[in-house]
Design a protein around this ligand. Structure first.
Ligand SMILES: [Zn+2]
Length: 316
């Protein structure tokens, strides 16, 4: 049965060259949306000005084009992105979300003066221990608004519970996995969790496909969404797919890690072997060599519990 109301997004970050794990995520998202004749947005999370580079943006567009992954909305190339879509152009929308949060539950947000080394020194597991929790944000008190102060939210001690399309019920104890997280950075720029959530709400995204490494982020965003005035995010579906491993026993070693899609694109002229590899992960006919064939034959019930890097790509 098709669900034409599905709205999803591909949301890469231009902080490095894409690798095969990203491609799996993009193709899976595309397949789920197109199979349902839903809506697909390309969003690029570029608020991390320290790590973003134009060549990484170019890599995102070149990779999507090489794979033939079209989308319904989003920038067409790097120039279009920088001119019309960069998250820096939408800071007011993210700030509004923070203000909404302060409006509905001011006791949740506090100003934190701690440096990175302060946090490390006070913590046994690297997580923020809540040192500044009593320092609530007050409009009349400039010390809570001034520069060099980050804004954090106090996370609950009870778990955030949600359903995952693959794994069933997931419980995340944010106090143990993430701690009180930053929503406004010291440079006053809204943090990733805020920008991502604001964007998903704006575009009424209701089906989010992302890697297992983002389960804690999903919980953090759901926590904020549940506090905020009524919004679509609280009803979104989530699918956290497996990450790419070198083999059963280890995560990716350096030789695999350095194998960017950019290098693969330079070595093989067509993405056919990649589509064939994806088909194999789904227990599908290994003669599959195109996106269209994947779309026709894909059985979404067969999303693999684990993903292993194909050796053949190292031989090119
Ligand atoms: Zn602090």
């Amino acid at each position: 049965m098709k669900d034409r109301s599905i709205r999803s997004r591909i949301a890469p970050t231009p902080s490095g060259f894409l690798h095969l794990g990203n491609v799996f995520s993009f193709v899976l998202t595309w397949l789920i949306v197109r199979k349902n004749e839903g809506y697909l947005l390309l969003r690029i999370d570029d608020l991390d000005s320290q790590r973003r580079r134009v060549e990484y943006l170019d890599d995102i567009f070149s990779t999507l084009e090489w794979l033939g992954l079209e989308y319904d909305e989003g920038a067409s190339d790097t120039e279009d992105f920088l001119k019309n879509f960069s998250q820096e152009l939408h800071l007011q929308e993210y700030e509004k979300l923070i203000n909404d949060l302060l409006e509905v539950q001011p006791s949740l947000v506090f100003a934190c003066h701690c440096s990175r080394s302060d946090v490390q020194r006070n913590s046994i597991n690297g997580l923020y221990t809540g040192t500044c929790r009593n320092n609530k944000i007050r409009k009349a008190d400039p010390s809570t608004w001034e520069k060099e102060v980050a804004w954090r939210v106090e996370v609950p001690s009870s778990p955030i519970v949600f359903q995952d399309e693959l794994k069933g019920e997931i419980n995340v104890y944010l106090r143990e996995t993430m701690g009180d997280f930053v929503i406004r950075r010291k440079d006053r720029i809204p943090a990733y969790q805020i920008a991502s959530l604001a964007n998903d709400i704006k575009h009424r995204i209701n089906y989010i496909v992302r890697g297992e490494d983002l389960i804690d982020s999903t919980a953090a965003q759901l926590f904020l969404a549940q506090v905020l005035p009524k919004n679509s995010f609280v009803e979104a579906k989530f699918l956290h797919h497996p990450l790419l491993y070198e083999n059963q026993f280890q995560k990716m070693s350096k030789s695999y890690h350095s194998l960017s899609i950019k290098k693969i694109r330079e070595r093989i002229s067509t993405p056919k072997p990649i589509f064939r590899w994806i088909a194999q992960q789904f227990d599908m006919n290994t003669k599959v060599v195109s996106l269209q064939e994947l779309l026709e034959e894909l059985d979404l019930a067969k999303i693999p519990p684990a993903l292993y890097h194909p050796d053949f790509l190292l031989r090119y």
